[in-house]
Design a protein around this ligand. Structure first.
Ligand code: PEP
Ligand code: MN
Length: 264
C-alpha cells in the first residue's frame, strides 16, 4: 500500500483541517524536545507563531536511554500542547509510545509521532493504523529503508492512509554527528513511496552548527518538510539540551532556509 507502484500521485496528509504535507510547499515543524511546562511550551509557541510556523512539536512521553532521565509529563504534556496549540492556532505533534494511549491522544494532538525506538513496535503500529489521525513515523535507529517502509505498511494495512515518513539519522561508526543523516533516503523514499518524506535535522545531526545546510540539503533532495528542536532556554532543557536552538538561533536558521527559496 505504501508503494509508488500502487499509487502514482503523492499522498497529501492534512494536519488539523488546513495544513497540508506532501505534494506542495514543504512544511517546517519546530518545537521543544520535551514539553516541560505550560510556560515553556507557550513561550516557544508564541515565537514560532510570530515567525509564521504552523506546526508545533513537543514530547510528552519521552523514550530516554537512561531510566533516571526526565521521562516527560505524559498526558499532562498532551493537555499543555492542546491548550497552547488552540491558543495560537498551531497544529501539534507528540510522540506516543503505548498502543493504549493512541486513541486518547487523538483528543489532544493533531499528529501522533512514532519514535525511532518504536518503529518496529508492531502493536503500536497497528494501533496507529486503527485511528484516523495523521501519523509521523520516524526511521528506526538502525533501520533499513525497506524495514522503514514495512513499518509504514503496518499502519496503512489497518486503514490509516495519513502517514508521513521522517528520516532522523541512522547509527554508523561516524562520531562527528549524533547519527548519520541519510540524505539519500529522501529521494529513494520519494521514488519508492507516495507518502510524504520529512527530515529531522536535529536528531540526525545533534549539532546546532550544521542545521541550516542539512535542512537545505533535505529540501533540495525533495523532502516535504523539516523538523527542528527549539527551546526558550536550551541550557536548562530537561532533554537534548545540547542540540536545541534558542529562539534567536531558530530565527537565524529559518532565515537561512527561507533564503534558499527551497521552502516554496
Ligand atoms: C523526538 O523527536 O523527540 C525523538 C525522541 O526522536 P527520535 O525518536 O528520532 O529519537
Ligand atoms: Mn529531542
Amino acid at each position: 500500500l505504501v508503494s509508488r507502484k500502487k499509487q502514482k500521485e503523492d499522498t497529501v496528509v492534512t494536519l488539523g483541517n488546513d495544513v497540508k504535507v506532501g505534494g506542495g510547499s514543504p512544511v517546517l515543524i519546530a518545537g521543544p524536545c520535551s514539553v516541560e511546562s505550560y510556560d515553556q511550551t507557550r513561550t516557544v509557541a508564541a515565537a514560532l507563531k510570530q515567525a509564521g510556523i504552523t506546526v508545533l512539536r513537543g514530547g510528552a512521553f519521552k523514550p530516554r536511554t537512561s531510566p533516571y532521565d526526565f521521562q516527560g509529563l505524559g498526558i499532562e504534556g498532551l493537555k499543555i500542547l492542546k491548550e497552547v496549540g488552540d491558543e495560537f492556532g498551531l497544529k501539534t505533534i507528540s510522540e506516543i509510545v503505548d498502543p493504549a494511549h493512541v486513541e486518547l491522544a487523538c483528543e489532544y494532538i493533531d499528529v501522533i509521532q512514532i519514535g525511532a525506538r518504536n518503529m518496529q513496535n508492531f502493536e503500536l503500529l497497528k494501533a496507529a493504523g486503527e485511528v484516523r489521525k495523521p501519523i509521523l513515523l520516524k526511521r528506526g535507529l538502525a533501520a533499513t529503508i525497506d524495514e522503514f517502509l514495512h513499518a509504514a505498511e503496518y499502519i496503512l494495512a489497518r486503514g490509516n492512509t495519513q502517514v508521513m515518513l521522517i528520516e532522523r539519522g541512522i547509527r554508523t561508526y561516524e562520531k562527528a554527528t549524533r547519527n548519520t543523516l541519510d540524505i539519500s533516503a529522501v529521494p529513494i523514499l520519494k521514488q519508492e513511496s507516495h507518502l510524504p518524506v520529512l527530515v529531522d535535522v536535529t536528531h540526525s545531526t545533534g549539532r546546532k552548527d550544521i542545521l541550516a545546510p542539512c535542512a537545505k540539503a533535505a529540501l533540495a533532495a525533495g523532502a516535504d518538510g523539516v523538523m527542528v528542536e527549539v527551546h526558550p532556554d536550551p541550557a536548562t532543557a530537561l532533554s537534548d539540551a545540547a542540540q536545541q536552538l534558542n529562539i534567536e538561533e531558530f530565527g537565524n536558521f529559518y532565515a537561512q532556509v527561507r533564503e534558499s527559496g527551497l521552502l516554496g
